[in-house]
Design a protein around this ligand. Sequence first.
Ligand code: PGA
Length: 249
Amino acid sequence: MRKNIVAGNWKMNNDLSQTEALISDLKHQKNRGNAEVMIAPAFTNLYSAFNALKDTSIEVTAQNMHFAKNGAYTGEVSASMIKSVGIQTVILGHSERRAYFGETDLILKQKVDAALAADLRVVFCFGEELADRNAGNQEVVVASQIKNALFHLDKLVFKNIVLAYEPVWAIGTGETASPQQAQNMHKFIRKTLNDKYGKDVSENMSILYGGSVKPNNAQEIFSKPDVDGGLIGGAALNAEDFFAIVNAF
Ligand code: PGA
């Protein structure tokens, strides 16, 4: 059975004291327990966040990593560095990484391989831009993003992968995909997985939706059969809003 997951992507927000304050607020929230909860603070705050949350059910994840094991890559962070502070999951392929930092499918394929080799779980993000959707190309684009970065993998490793469909036009814009648009795409993603790897992979894969999920729309989006959770940006920066979304399951 696939899991429901709600992950908060803090992006480049919150310094150390703000991270500590938000975590303290998160600890006061009640989780009804129908979804796994993750938060992804900035690299500098992973260690303190991990320690602050290690006896709770909130998992701390990284937002990115480099694919090399170590070496002359100024400013980068490796899988083993992330693991060494207790982190077990990394988000890869976020549209901001693709758009602002030039991350291509090929780079992401290498990152996915490096993360899985280091025994990190991967939340793999992808999604079409507005022009793709307006041209009716959203399924072609999404299928190629998934195939290019993941379809060289053995089916056994998919238990360590979570997918996050994030239409670029819905991220941080206040414009959400309609619950039906999300469902249609998630169903298509599951079928794409099924065609390549069979039901073992497709039916057990958690597919999250991301893009302007808020307390007032989460329940309807999460009620769709192929939507197994959310990757939350803006609304994850407020503990009450974030847990209102977690408890929408
Ligand atoms: P948003 O961001 O919820 O602020 O739209 C989602 C994301 O980028 O993961």
